[in-house]
Design a binder for this molecule. Structure first.
Ligand code: PHE
Length: 361
């Protein structure tokens, strides 16, 4: 920015020597500022302090205003303004230049060969690891994964599973109901996926359905109001209890390395006959003895032949087809597999706990 034409003191009206001296000093300052060329950010700071600082040249020249005659005060003021604008413009534009330079210098200082920051690796949740192992074993036998909603309707969760509204078996599976949507609830087991698949597909059906389920249970070290199950369903012509037994035996052998299973008669409204499967752990080690309460047998799952009424309710001809189903909880298996003492740890998501499973896949 150039100075507006300011007449040189000599050409101005006659003044005292002292007065023109003041103007002379200001004009010298103007020439000096124009000649300044700070080459670094540090030099620019020196420039700022020297000219624009609170004890700088411009401040002291401003202070001379008192010595300027009244008629010349306006001229002097204008000269001061111009000086200040010129000094500030120079300072600002160099400041921007140096800042941009500093940034590009920073990026040049980046060492592209330095090793990267290690990525924080997550780990699979022990429940997911256990569930994947189960699914993988059944996948080898030709089961494919099916899915169903966690917010389920009453019909799929209970009625289609042969548990009508007044059935006492409902008491064993109290759950959470959706207030705004009558008839909707958090599913109490993965069995409704059976009904959904049967409604949709023609046999042969061979599915495995892992997922989260809910029950209105008091939370303790052994039980929780949310947990996971894996459901299995096999429907075809001529499927028998022997198929069920052999399939579960293969699973137990692969999953637990056990060579002995036991099927105890049991009751489920949607299977007939029904059984509970135990695996043999023995009582040799203190741990197995404690786990099996001294019997050597550990209960793993519920199973049975699908009740013909269930097949019919879901649109499958029970004269032509038969099948088996089973359902197992995941948490207890995970607790056993990883020797975890408290089921609540599985839902707290404390990274100090979860980090221990980084190696698990
Ligand atoms: N749904 C049953 C439960 O949650 C388990 C089960 C599934 C039993 C399939 C038999 C057949 O207890």
């Amino acid at each position: 920015m150039r100075c507006r034409t300011i007449e040189h003191p000599e050409t101005l009206k006659p003044e005292t020597f002292f007065m023109s001296d003041i103007f002379e000093k200001a004009l010298q300052a103007q020439t000096a500022i124009a000649a300044e060329a700070p080459a670094t950010a540090e030099a620019l700071e020196v420039f700022r302090i020297q000219y624009l600082g609170s004890k700088g040249l411009l401040k002291s020249l401003m202070g001379e205003m008192a010595n300027v005659s009244n008629e010349r005060k306006r001229d002097y003021g204008q000269l001061m303004n111009t000086l200040k604008q010129e000094a500030e413009a120079k300072f600002q534009s160099l400041k921007v230049t140096f800042e941009a330079q500093a940034q590009s210098v920073d990026s040049l200082a980046l060492d592209l060969t330095a090793p990267g920051e290690p990525l924080a690796l997550g780990s699979r949740h022990p429940i997911a690891v256990t569930m994947n192992r189960i699914v993988e074993i059944f996948a080898r036998m030709g089961f494919s994964v099916a899915d169903g909603p966690e917010i389920e309707d009453d019909w799929h969760n209970f009625t289609a599973m042969n548990t009508p509204e007044d059935h006492p078996a409902r008491d064993m599976q109290d759950t959470f109901y959706v207030v705004d949507a009558p008839g909707m609830l958090l599913r109490t087991h993965t069995s409704p996926v059976q009904a959904r698949v049967m409604q949709r597909r023609e046999p042969p059906i061979r599915i495995i359905a892992p997922g989260r389920v809910y029950r209105n249970e008091t939370i303790s070290t052994r039980s929780h109001c949310q947990f996971h199950q894996v459901e299995g369903l096999y429907i075809d012509e001529g499927v028998s209890f022997a198929d069920l037994k052999q399939t579960l035996y293969y699973f137990a052998k692969e999953m637990f390395g056990t060579t002995k299973i036991r099927l105890r008669p049991s009751f489920f409204p949607f299977t007939e006959p029904s059984a509970e499967m135990d695996i043999w752990l023995g009582t040799e080690t203190e741990k197995n003895s404690r786990l099996t309460k001294g019997t050597g047998w550990l209960e793993i799952l519920g199973c049975g032949m699908v009740d013909p009424d269930v097949l019919e309710m879901c649109g499958i001809d029970s004269k032509k087809y038969s099948g088996f189903a089973f359902g197992m909880g995941i948490e207890r298996q995970a607790l056993r597999l990883y020797e975890i003492g408290d089921i609540r740890l599985l839902f707290e998501n404390d990274v100090r706990f979860l980090r221990q499973f980084e190696a698990a896949i």
